[in-house]
Ligand binder design. Structure first.
Ligand code: OXD
Ligand code: MN
Length: 609
C-alpha cells in the first residue's frame, strides 16, 4: 500500500502505519486531521449506514444516537490483558499473557481484519499538545464512530501530528472492530450498524508501551486514549518516571473567603465521579469548578507541590442517573453536539434515560430499538449508556488547557458502601492515606461485566486500570513521600451509607459540598476533628448541616464505627491483601494491624496520646 502524500515524515509513525496496514489489509488509509469538515463527513456517512441516528435538531442540535450490539455494552475485564515479560510484573489483579505468545495470537486475529474497510490514522495528545505532563499517541481504527469519539475525548488531529517530530516518544494503539467485509477468498458481506466480534482482546504491552484492541467498538475498549493509554500504559510510565496516572476526577474549589483548593478524588466506576466533578454547591459562597471527571495525571513539581492535569478533552459519562435534579451542570452541557450511545429515543427525536426526569415518557424506543412503555420489563436505556461530549461545553470547566496543571491540596478516596465507611474521615499521615486508598471496596456497577451490587475490593479504584502489579503500585504511592514536599492531605468519603431500612442516610449530590467545606476548613487548619480508628472525623457540630433534613440519629450513624463489622472488614482486607504476597508493603500491613488494635483497644487505641 502506498503511503505517499502522508501528512507526516515521522519515520517511526510511517513504518508502523505501513506495517499495520499490511497486516490488517484495509481498502484505504485515511489520515485524520480533527477538523469540523472531517467530523461532518464521518457523521453523515454513519447516518447513511445506520450507525448513527440524527436527533431532532431543534431539541438536541448537532447530536446523534448510536445503538451498540447487545453484546458490546461495557468494558470486558475478562479479556483485558497485560503482557509484561515477567508475570510478577502484572500482579495478581491483572490477566497476564506472555508477550511473544500474545503477539502471535494477535497477529492471527488482526490478519486481514480490516478487509473491505477504511483504516483511519488518528494522532492524538493526552493533555495540552506539547505540555510538560502531556503524552502523544497514534491510534489506527476501522471504526468511524471511534474516530469522532476520539476527536471529542482527546486533542486529536493535525496539531498532535505536527508535535510528533522525529524521535518524540508516542504510544501506538491498534484498534479493529474485528468485522472484515471481505473474507480470505474475496467474498463480500454486508456491514451492520454496530460491527464487532464475539472474540475480544484489550491487550497492553507495558514494556514496549503498545495497545492492541480487537472485537469491541464500545467506550474504554475502543477509545484507546482513555483507560488503555491514560491509565494502564501511563501508570507504568508513571512508575518508571516518578509520577502518577490515576482514576481520579479533579476539582477546583473556591471558598466564600476566595481561598482556592484543588481536590483529586478516586472512586470506582459509576460511583458519581461526574456528578462530584460538576457539583453545584448548596452552601452559599462556595464555587466548584470542573477540571476532570475520570483521569488525573499528577507530577511532583519544582515548587514542591503535586500538580495535576486532566489528560482528556471530553467526558464519556454514564447517562442513567444524570438528571436536572442530580447534575444540572451536566444536563446543560448535553444540550447540543453530543453522541449518545445506548440511551432511549423519544417520539420527538430526543433522548431519555432512567433518572433524567422523575416521570418516564409514555412511549420510547429503547436502547435496542424496541418499543418501550413504563410497563415494559427492562430499563429503556442500558445501565451503562453513555454520552460523549467535549469538556469545553461544560459550564463549570476550568484550567483544562493549563499545561503545568494545578497543585493538589487533598486526595479523596471513596466507594459505594452501604455500611462501615464514614461520610468523611481524614488520614493522620501519608501512610494511613495510602492505606485508605488500598482499602477501597465498592458495590459493583454496570460499567464492566460482573454481578451488580456485589462488594469488590478496588484499591485506589485502579484494579481494572493499573498496568502493573498493584503491590508495586502501593509501594510507588508510599515512595512519593520522598518526592513531594507539600503532600496532599488524604480523606476517605462515602456518600452511599444506608440505614437498617435501606434508605440513604446522606442526600449526596449538591449537599456533598458540606463535606468539601469541612475538608477545606481542615486544610486551612480551621475545623476540629475527632480521632477514630478509621481516621479523623468532624467533631459534633463541625460539619455544616444547617437547613438540611438529616436527623441527628442519621448524622450519628453516618460516622458510627461499629467494632464488630469493622473487625470483619479488617479480616476481609487481610485476606484480600494476602493475594499480593511478599511484595505487599510492610508499612500497609502495619496500618492494618494498627487498625485492628485501635478497634479493640479499650482507649480507642490512640497511640499518639
Ligand atoms: C469509565 C469507567 O468509563 O470507569 O470511566 O468504567
Ligand atoms: Mn472511569
Amino acid at each position: 500500500m502506498s503511503l505517499s502524500g502522508t501528512p507526516t515524515s515521522n519515520t517511526s509513525v510511517l513504518r508502523w502505519v505501513r506495517e499495520t496496514a499490511a497486516l490488517t489489509e484495509p481498502d484505504e488509509v485515511v489520515w485524520c486531521d480533527g477538523s469540523q469538515a472531517e467530523h461532518d463527513r464521518l457523521t453523515a456517512q454513519m447516518v447513511a449506514t445506520g450507525t448513527l441516528i440524527p436527533l431532532n435538531p431543534e431539541r438536541r442540535p448537532g447530536s446523534f444516537l448510536a445503538r451498540s450490539a447487545p453484546g458490546d455494552v461495557a468494558r470486558v475485564e475478562s479479556r483485558t490483558f497485560i503482557a509484561s515479560r515477567r508475570q510478577a510484573d502484572a500482579g495478581p489483579t491483572n490477566n497476564w499473557r506472555e508477550p511473544e505468545a500474545l503477539r502471535e495470537e494477535l497477529n492471527g486475529v488482526f490478519a486481514g481484519c480490516m478487509r473491505g474497510r477504511t483504516m483511519y490514522v488518528v494522532p492524538f495528545s493526552m493533555g495540552p499538545v506539547g505540555g510538560p505532563i502531556s503524552q502523544l499517541g497514534v491510534q489506527v481504527t476501522d471504526s468511524p464512530y471511534v474516530v469522532v469519539s476520539m476527536r471529542t475525548m482527546t486533542r486529536m488531529g493535525a496539531q498532535a501530528l505536527a508535535a510528533l517530530t522525529e524521535g518524540t516518544p508516542w504510544v501506538p494503539a491498534v484498534h479493529s472492530v474485528g468485522f472484515p467485509l471481505v473474507d480470505t477468498i474475496g467474498r463480500a458481506r454486508a456491514d451492520v450498524p454496530w460491527p464487532c466480534n464475539d472474540l475480544k482482546y484489550i491487550a497492553h504491552f507495558p514494556e514496549s508501551r503498545e495497545i492492541w484492541s480487537y472485537g469491541s467498538g464500545y467506550g474504554g475498549n475502543a477509545l484507546l486514549g482513555k483507560k488503555c493509554f491514560a491509565l494502564r500504559i501511563a501508570s507504568v510510565m508513571a512508575r518508571d518516571e516518578g509520577w502518577l496516572a490515576e482514576h481520579m476526577l479533579v476539582l477546583k474549589v473556591t471558598s466564600p473567603q476566595q481561598r482556592v483548593f484543588h481536590l483529586a478524588a478516586a472512586f470506582p466506576s459509576a460511583c458519581g465521579k461526574t456528578n462530584l466533578a460538576m457539583l453545584r454547591p448548596t452552601l452559599p459562597g462556595w464555587r466548584v469548578e470542573t477540571i476532570g471527571d475520570d483521569i488525573a495525571w499528577m507530577r511532583p513539581a519544582p515548587d514542591g507541590t503535586l500538580r495535576a492535569i486532566n489528560p482528556e478533552a471530553g467526558f464519556f459519562g454514564v447517562a442513567p442517573g444524570t438528571g436536572w435534579s442530580t447534575n444540572p451542570t451536566a444536563m446543560e452541557m448535553l444540550r447540543e453536539n453530543v453522541i449518545f450511545t445506548n440511551v432511549a429515543l423519544t417520539d420527538d427525536g430526543d433522548v431519555w434515560w432512567e433518572g433524567m426526569t422523575d416521570e418516564p415518557p409514555a412511549h420510547l424506543v429503547d436502547w435496542q430499538g424496541r418499543d418501550w412503555t413504563p410497563d415494559s420489563p427492562g430499563p429503556a436505556a442500558h445501565p451503562n449508556a453513555r454520552f460523549t461530549v467535549s469538556a469545553a461545553q461544560c459550564p463549570t470547566i476550568t484550567d483544562l488547557d493549563e499545561p503545568a496543571g494545578v497543585p493538589i491540596d487533598a486526595i479523596l478516596f471513596g466507594g459505594r458502601r452501604r455500611t462501615n465507611v464514614p461520610l468523611v474521615a481524614q488520614a493522620g499521615d501519608w501512610g494511613q492515606g495510602v492505606f485508605m486508598g488500598a482499602a477501597i471496596s465498592s458495590e459493583q456497577t454496570a460499567t464492566a461485566e460482573g454481578t451488580v451490587g456485589q462488594l469488590r475490593h478496588d484499591p485506589f479504584a485502579m484494579t481494572p486500570f493499573a498496568g502493573y502489579d498493584m503491590a508495586d503500585y502501593f509501594a510507588h504511592w508510599l515512595s512519593l513521600r520522598e518526592e513531594v514536599q507539600h503532600l496532599p492531605q488524604v480523606f476517605s468519603v462515602n456518600w452511599f451509607r444506608r440505614g437498617d431500612d435501606g434508605r440513604f442516610l446522606w442526600p449526596g449530590f449538591g449537599e456533598n459540598c458540606r463535606v468539601i467545606d469541612w475538608i477545606c476548613r481542615r486544610l486551612a487548619g480551621q475545623a476540629e476533628a475527632l480521632r477514630t480508628p478509621v481516621g479523623d472525623v468532624p467533631v459534633p457540630g463541625a460539619l455544616d448541616v444547617e437547613g438540611l433534613d438529616v436527623s441527628p440519629a442519621d448524622l450519628a450513624e453516618l460516622f458510627t464505627v461499629d467494632t464488630a463489622s469493622w473487625l470483619a472488614e479488617v479480616d476481609a482486607l487481610e485476606e484480600y491483601f494476602a493475594r499480593f504476597g511478599e511484595k505487599f508493603p510492610a508499612e500497609l500491613r502495619g496500618h492494618l494491624d494498627l487498625l485492628r488494635y485501635r478497634l479493640t483497644a479499650p482507649t480507642g487505641g490512640d497511640l499518639d496520646a
